[in-house]
Design a protein around this ligand. Structure first.
Ligand SMILES: Nc1ncnc2c1ncn2[C@@H]1O[C@H](COP(=O)(O)OP(=O)(O)OP(=O)(O)O)[C@@H](O)[C@H]1O
Ligand SMILES: [Mg+2]
Length: 362
């Protein structure tokens, strides 16, 4: 298995917009890596540079011994010579070719005989569970089946590297779950390296060994899914991965700390030294009423009046005003029988967050 190395990758488009602003990555052989980030952050452009569909302005990409592109040395390998499989969001199937034809075509393009192409295509169709549908045309398939054809076509083209650009975003929620498990299984079974683009955090968490968070064409953070989701390194990543309470700390002493806006929080003494000038952050879902929290795990407590309450079925999302300018969000589980639309509104409560759920951001 080969490793994928990207160094100094840059891509600007006419008009001056910087799509990729200097990316360096070293991906382990056989790893499943996800590029995660909001719309416009450069995910597709990075993937297209890997595939050879885009020529970068600077940088170098190497997969095993193959130099895909090296701008400084004037090297560029044509897309079909990179032997990688790419699966797009739009499937991009040929409407006038049968299922078998769609999958066999890339092999024919590479000079394979008709028999060879059909044998390999049938094998790939078996792998993705489409036996029996070889003679149908794309318009005679469901969305999920079309995506499987695209996947099979990606598989026959690849000899080690698979690229995915939001391959599941046109499928319904249930099929997305099945297909993402399938993609991961195929990756493991075939021993390929995969680079997978998504803006869906849960998907990234579920399938990846390694997550690269992109923001405006640059890497904000790269690490295991656990590192990214439990220990984001910057306010931007924390916000992106759902830390909906980020409170800059003004000052702290043994009695607790004061956050911007003047609200107070009692925080476990050992943590206070690290907090001055930093922010503390936690997810609203990790907040509970203090009386329900196990005292030995509590790290931060705060008290405030509930100024907004929305009913979520089995929980309430509460806005808790801890000072005139400072509101903390708390999502409180509630499966009691007395659920009403605006329960808790106007009440004053004490809340707690466990130590493991509170992070400190620079
Ligand atoms: N062909 C192009 N010409 C000009 N600008 C482009 C072109 N392709 C992409 N861009 C710009 O480059 C930036 C990165 O685009 P890219 O498609 O890589 O984003 P993305 O992360 O894939 O976003 P999305 O999640 O919406 O697919 C955007 O600002 C986009 O407008
Ligand atoms: Mg994109």
């Amino acid at each position: 298995m080969q490793s994928l190395t990207i160094s100094g990758l840059e891509k600007r488009f006419p008009g001056g917009s910087v799509a990729v602003g200097g990316i360096d990555l070293d991906l382990r052989p056989g790893s499943f890596t996800t590029l995660l980030g909001p719309s416009g952050c450069g995910k597709t452009t990075t993937l297209r540079c890997l595939a050879g569909l885009e020529v970068p302005d600077a940088g170098r990409i190497q997969f095993g011994d193959d130099v895909f592109v090296d701008v400084a040395a004037g090297r560029f390998t044509a897309p079909h010579k990179r032997h990688l499989g790419m699966v797009f969001q739009s499937y991009a199937l040929w409407p006038n070719k049968s299922v078998l034809g769609n999958v066999a075509y890339p092999i024919r393009l590479r000079g394979g005989s008709r028999t060879d192409a059909e044998t390999k295509a049938k094998e790939a169709l078996r792998t993705v569970g489409l036996v029996g549908l070889e003679q149908r045309y794309p318009h005679e398939l469901s969305g999920g089946q079309q995506q499987r054809v695209a996947l099979a076509r990606g598989l026959v083209s690849a000899s080690g590297l698979l690229l995915f650009d939001e391959p599941l975003s046109n499928l319904d929620a249930r099929l997305r779950l099945t297909m993402r498990t399938e993609i991961r299984r195929l990756h493991d079974e075939l021993g390929y390296s995969s680079v997978y683009v998504t803006h869906d955090q849960e998907e990234a968490l579920a399938v990846s060994d390694y997550v690269v968070v992109l923001n405006a064409g640059r890497i904000e953070q790269a690490g295991t899914p656990h590192e990214i989701f439990a220990r984001p390194a910057s306010t931007w990543v924390a916000d992106f991965v759902g830390f909906d309470n980020i409170l800059p700390v003004l000052e702290g002493d043994a009695d607790g700390l004061t956050v911007v806006g003047g609200g107070g929080m009692a925080v476990e003494a050992g943590r206070i030294a690290a907090l001055r000038g930093d922010s503390i952050a936690f997810r609203s879902a990790d907040v509970d009423f203090a009386h329900r929290a196990r005292p030995e795990t509590v790290s931060a407590t705060f008290r405030g009046r509930v100024t907004s309450s929305s009913y979520l079925g089995d929980a309430y999302r509460l806005g808790v005003e801890i000072a005139a300018e400072t509101t903390v969000i708390a999502t409180i589980p509630d499966s009691s029988r007395d659920q009403t639309q605006e329960k808790y509104l106007g009440e004053v409560h004490e809340f707690a967050v466990a130590a493991q759920d509170v992070i400190v951001l620079p």
